[in-house]
Design a binder for this molecule. Structure first.
Ligand code: PLP
Length: 440
């Protein structure tokens, strides 16, 4: 031990994606949760309008999930999945695959969204190489995209601050233009009408590099962390068509949209566009135990099996792939979604949610309101020279008033658990309206 421990010392924990110094001056500490509410350390009930970080879709401390994890830990704590396996991992993989569009039949387990993204990018590169098309090495992301924080994810991602401090990143990466356009689309209800033609940016990139060098395009069908950016009507279909034209794999990063957020099991289903790979995490286990999953199309898996040049078909995996606790949590989470018909509940609540968020139109600082399924984005005008400061202050005020919201840049993001009631939706937007009137 190299120093004396001090009670309540907050200096050791380097918090992720947080202004650490500001937090320590005015901490927001959580000690318990139940249903729609967190309990703060001072005993206050806090309405969770963000499902934690887009993960607690079934609400907090769902008894089915709690019991499943408790049972599992008392039975089998850990088992490796390199050369050994638990029967439950196979059962879960079948159940997960069944939720996604036909043909997406195989599941690779990871521990997070970032790992799912790296896994999907690697599977895409591997696929082309094993088919003898090894010149296809380029990966195409999109400006303002968020794909987690691994080197793969930040390379294809398009958020400047997540990239600029970390060196040269992966080589051979290019980016489509983003689709955010307030001049044409502000205050759209649901997906914006204008911008499908932005998918044609892939033509420019394909002509620049030659399509035969491009392995995959990765996009969030609905982008969250960059500020809730919805795809223009027709954009994703167009992107799919272009990928098909050029022989490029299409990856949907559904870390926040999979498992019901838009009222369907996946955004792929919601938009009627089938990608070749889907990355997921978060809602898979309701956030209870870390877990991610990449859902892989039959043709990719079959090719890996047929073209393998060694007994191991894919040299990739994690110590905790299919961790028994995560498998138990995920299996119980999927049961909960089914038993409570939660995806249909999202679809039913979506119009109520849409009305409620658009009631904020005209309030101070509001530049745009965006909604889809149970997702909301409130884009604020920045104070001169202080991008993000207003949304951050709104987040702090909301906490003081018993509400957890998320600030990303100058957008307030909302993504409540699917069990939110209509009266809680009204209370949430009532409070938000007050907060917007209070901040300068
Ligand atoms: C679209 C998307 N991809 C990847 C990630 C990264 O997930 P994780 O934080 O679990 O690594 C996130 C996290 O918010 C995300 O929204």
């Amino acid at each position: 031990m190299n120093r004396q421990l001090t009670p309540n010392d907050m200096s050791s924990f380097w918090m992720p994606f947080t202004p650490n110094r500001d937090f320590q001056a005015d901490p927001r500490l959580i000690v318990a949760a139940d249903g729609m509410y967190y309990t703060a350390h001072d005993g206050r009930q806090i309405l969770d309008a963000t499902a934690g970080l887009w993960c607690v879709n079934a609400g907090h401390n769902d008894p089915r999930i709690v019991e499943a994890v408790q049972r599992q830990i008392a039975t089998l704590d850990y088992a490796p999945h390199f050369n050994f396996a638990t029967p439950q991992a196979f059962e879960l993989a079948s159940q997960v695959a069944a939720l996604f569009p036909e043909g997406l039949n195989h599941v690779f387990f990871t521990n997070s969204g970032s790992e799912s993204v790296d896994t999907a990018l690697k599977i895409a590169l591997h696929y082309h190489r094993m088919r003898g098309d090894g010149a296809r090495t380029r990966l195409i992301g999109r400006e303002r995209g968020y794909h987690g924080t691994g080197f793969g994810g930040i390379s294809v991602g398009g958020i400047v601050k997540n990239r600029m401090y970390f060196g040269g990143l992966l080589t051979g990466v290019d980016h489509l233009r983003h689709t955010h356009d307030l001049s044409r689309n502000a205050f759209s209800r649901g997906c914006p009408e204008h911008g499908a033609e932005l998918a044609d940016d892939l033509i420019r990139i394909a002509e620049l590099h030659d399509p035969s060098t491009i392995a995959a395009v990765i996009v969030e069908p609905m982008a969250g962390s960059t500020g809730v950016l919805l795809p223009p009507v027709g954009y994703l279909k167009r992107l799919r068509e272009l990928c098909d034209r050029y022989g490029i794999l299409l990856i949907f990063d559904e870390v926040i949209t999979a498992y019901g957020r838009l009222g369907k099991a996946s955004a792929a289903e919601y938009f009627g566009v089938k990608p070749d790979l889907i990355t997921t995490a978060k809602g898979l286990t309701n956030g209870v135990v870390p877990m991610g999953a990449v859902i892989v199309d039959e043709k990719i898996h079959a090719s890996a099996m047929a073209n393998a040049d060694a007994p191991i078909e894919l040299f990739h995996g994690y110590t905790y792939s299919a961790h028994p606790l995560a498998v138990a949590a995920a299996t119980a989470t999927l049961e909960s979604y089914r038993a409570n018909d939660l995806f249909a509940r999202v679809a039913a609540l979506a119009p109520v949610w849409e009305e409620a968020i658009h009631s904020l139109r005209g309030l101070p600082h509001v530049l745009d309101l965006r909604n889809l399924g149970l997702v909301g984005g409130i884009e604020l005008e920045s104070r001169p020279g202080q991008p993000g400061a207003r949304a951050y202050e709104a987040m702090k005020r909301a906490w003081a008033e018993g509400l957890m919201i998320r600030a990303a840049g100058e957008t307030i993001q909302l993504s409540p658990p699917f069990i939110i009631s209509e009266s809680e939706i009204q209370a949430l937007f009532g409070k938000l309206a007050d907060i917007l009137r209070q901040i300068d």
